[in-house]
Design a protein around this ligand. Structure first.
Ligand SMILES: NC(=O)c1ccc[n+]([C@@H]2O[C@H](COP(=O)([O-])OP(=O)(O)OC[C@H]3O[C@@H](n4cnc5c(N)ncnc54)[C@H](OP(=O)(O)O)[C@@H]3O)[C@@H](O)[C@H]2O)c1
Length: 251
């Protein structure tokens, strides 16, 4: 995820340096013209924004190893799942905290990020976060940190829900006699076109446009309704949110 963000930031000419203790990643970063170091002291020198992108379980040891190098007025930006701003503030003894929930399509610069921050951030700093996130997709700011858990359950985990639906459609297409390649194309191109239409049209109207009275789509949608598809999605989102809240209590 750190790599995905760095690629977007470099594209928009932000002045960044990536620090990862996995030195083997150096070539991957250099191939994309992204400055790289495994020396955190060097990376943090004069850094106005410090993006924390390690696994949640590594946050504490990361804090221990870098807190003495962080500039006094630096903004700490966490993309770490399930770590509350209060805990980040405790780990680093810093007042300026940003918490972001990005998602996997960030790797294709089509990410969806939901973010919040502490009150001490200036409007210029908030603007910079907006610009950073806009370089890798779309962003939504939320005043309340609880909404980060909600975002985790919708947009953070969401790509997996779409992948599951695509997989199911591909499996069905194969059972109808299409080759694996054809089945994948049928599902993906249908998904791509549908999402594009959904951006600037009403979803109910779109459904009606496809589902003519007494036709095939109507029959399929009846099965979705009978099997309570909408309720299943709602239940899954709620389960993901509950897990996000449990994780917040752990770290
Ligand atoms: N993947 C997603 O879709 C997604 C979505 C939203 C949010 N997130 C959040 O993004 C964060 C990163 O996830 P990821 O999947 O990108 O993790 P990752 O692949 O493990 O990347 C973290 C990198 O940081 C390195 N690292 C660990 N401790 C370090 C230290 N003290 N100093 C320097 N480098 C250190 C790790 O090296 P080692 O492997 O050698 O430890 C690893 O290369 C997580 O907190 C996750 O919750 C991920």
């Amino acid at each position: 995820m750190g790599f995905a963000l760095a690629r977007g930031f470099i594209k928009e000419n932000f002045n960044i340096i990536v620090c990862d203790k996995r030195v083997s990643l150096a070539d991957k970063y250099r191939a994309e013209n992204i400055p790289f170091t495994d020396n955190s002291q060097k990376a943090l020198q004069g850094a106005h924004f410090v993006i924390l992108a390690v696994k949640p379980q590594d946050a504490k040891s990361l804090a221990e190893s870098i807190k003495e190098y962080i500039e006094k007025e630096a903004v700490l930006v966490s993309i770490m799942g399930g770590i509350k701003m209060q805990n980040i503030s405790n780990y680093f003894q810093s007042k300026k905290i940003v918490r972001i929930m990005p998602n996997l399509p960030t790797t294709k610069l089509k990410g969806m990020s939901v973010w919040t921050c502490s009150e001490s951030l200036s409007s210029e700093e908030k603007e910079t976060i907006k610009k950073l996130l806009s370089s890798v997709g779309k962003e939504i700011f939320t005043e309340t940190e609880d909404m980060i858990d909600s975002a985790t359950s919708v947009s953070g985990s969401g790509p997996a829900y779409f992948f599951l639906f695509l997989k199911s459609l591909i499996d069905s297409a194969r059972k109808e006699g299409f080759s694996s390649e054809e089945a994948k194309l049928l599902a993906l191109q249908t998904g791509l076109g549908a999402i594009e239409l959904a951006y600037d049209n009403d979803l109910d109207e779109l459904i009606q446009q496809v589902a003519s009275k007494g036709g095939t789509t109507e029959r399929a949608l009846k099965v979705f309704a009978e099997e309570e598809f909408t309720a299943i999605v709602e239940k899954a989102v709620q389960a993901a949110k509950k897990r996000a809240q449990e994780m917040s209590e752990k770290f």
